[in-house]
Write a protein that binds this ligand. Structure first.
Ligand SMILES: Cc1ncc(COP(=O)(O)O)c(C=O)c1O
Length: 421
């Protein structure tokens, strides 16, 4: 659109690469503009609630970063990241029983850059990759630039279904899939966590079918209840692990990391040079000071408590307001609940009505590869950003929109025109 609101003809249309034709913008990013209206309650974005960060402490950290290490921080740095930042990462990884040395760590611009780099080094156009279905739409966006065929594997309450994964691997054969991408803890968008038994099976299957496992774990430290399940990378050091400070500290610093075996890391660092030369050294210095010099565990503990209260508020509101035909997951941590409605309900169509009613969510189809037609009756609800009362109100508003659709559905069922789903 131009400033005058007219649709602008794209005179460059025939110059773009094919790959951008198949890429979609993120429905969530597009929604951020609408969600910033003050009357709208947002259940769409997975934003950490940094309004509660101790900004005075962070301010001290930033000041010291500039005054004490500004010369290094404001200069170009190593493509692989600062050694001091890697030391922080190695320590954070040790808490998860992951043993890794500096050579196998690269600091990236958030987990997102790591996913993009992994796509770049592994995927040729037409290659098979496997993800959970639904999965993190940012990963789908990152991978889709390299034009893979994305095979999605359903999850249940114990995470990705290994029977379906095995079937898929059998179909594709050994080395038939470039990688299996998984978010084992409090999956985005599902909220489910992969059981230990399934994690072991996943590693066995990946070995048997000679494929790589990418473990993406932004939410692992946001567990509200239950015992932590060991990371895949702690059980197998050939697993590629992607981490980030976004949910532990601040996404605005765009600092994440990837752990990988040496040969893979060499390729990744090579493409990273062309990608960004190096990440922001200043942001890395800030991250180092934050994790070395502040009581970040206490701050995170408080955040976690807040997220738990919000999760509880959302689950209670779902029980109270949502119709009996709706099913949803019960996350033990993280940011998201995944709701499944009868197939008759089309959530992408519902979104504009929900917006008019003052609430946003992510329609499920955006969490599947484009054109798959899956997820049309599901939605991702984020409980991380709104206060409990607002969450309750949002679910109430949403339930009214759903109820409208379901009335029609029930009428069809009772007239025998539709089978119950
Ligand atoms: C599963 C998953 N992976 C990766 C990311 C990327 O996070 P960042 O680039 O901020 O580290 C996100 C962000 O929401 C996510 O949910």
């Amino acid at each position: 659109m131009t400033k005058t609101g007219r649709i602008q003809f794209d005179e460059w249309a025939d110059l773009y690469a094919q790959r951008v034709e198949t890429m979609r913008t993120s429905a969530v990013r597009d929604l951020f503009a609408a969600a910033s209206r003050s009357d709208i309650i947002s259940l769409s974005g997975g934003m950490p609630d940094i309004r509660y960060l101790p900004l005075d402490e962070v301010g001290e950290v930033v000041k010291r970063a500039v005054i004490e290490e500004g010369i290094a921080g404001l200069q170009y740095g190593d493509t692989r990241g600062r050694e001091e930042t890697k030391k922080v990462v190695i320590r954070l990884m040790r808490d998860l029983d992951i043993k890794v040395i500096s050579e196998n760590v690269t600091i990236t611009a958030g987990g997102q850059q790591a996913l993009n780099l992994l796509g770049e080094i592994f995927i040729n156009s037409g290659d098979n990759i496997i993800t959970e279905g639904p999965t993190y739409l940012g990963a789908l966006q990152a991978f889709s630039a390299y034009e893979p065929v994305v095979h999605t594997i359903e999850f249940d309450d114990d995470g990705m279904r290994m029977d379906l994964l095995e079937e898929k691997l059998q179909e594709l054969g050994p080395r038939g899939a470039k990688f299996i991408y998984t978010i084992p803890n409090f999956q985005n968008p599902g909220g489910v966590t992969m059981s230990l038994e399934r994690r072991k099976r996943l590693l066995e299957l990946a070995r048997a079918y000679e494929t790589v496992v990418i473990e993406d774990d932004p939410y692992g430290r946001l567990r509200f209840e239950g015992d932590p399940v060991p990371c895949l990378r702690s059980m197998d050091d050939e697993v590629i692990f992607v981490g980030t400070v976004s949910k532990m500290f601040a996404p605005g610093l765009r600092t994440g990391w990837v752990l990988a075996p040496t040969p893979i890391m060499q390729k990744l660092n090579m493409v990273k040079q062309g990608n960004d030369l190096c990440g922001s050294a200043l942001n890395q210095v800030i991250v180092e000071h934050y994790f070395n010099d502040t009581d970040w565990q206490t701050t995170m503990g408080k955040m976690r408590d807040r997220y738990r209260v919000r999760r509880d508020a959302m689950l209670a509101a779902l029980e109270e307001f949502f119709p009996p035909e709706a099913k949803w997951t019960h996350p033990q941590g993280g940011f998201f609940v995944w709701v499944t409605l009868p197939k008759y309900v089309n959530t992408p169509q519902m979104l504009s009505v929900a917006l008019e009613n003052g609430v946003t969510f992510v329609p499920g189809d955006g969490c599947y590869p484009g054109g798959s037609g899956k997820g049309m009756s599901s939605m991702r609800l984020a409980f991380c950003y709104e206060e409990p009362e607002a969450l309750r109100e949002a679910i109430r508003r949403l339930s009214l929109v759903i109820e409208d659709r379901l009335e029609l559905y029930r009428a069809f069922i009772s007239a025998g025109a539709l089978k119950e789903q």
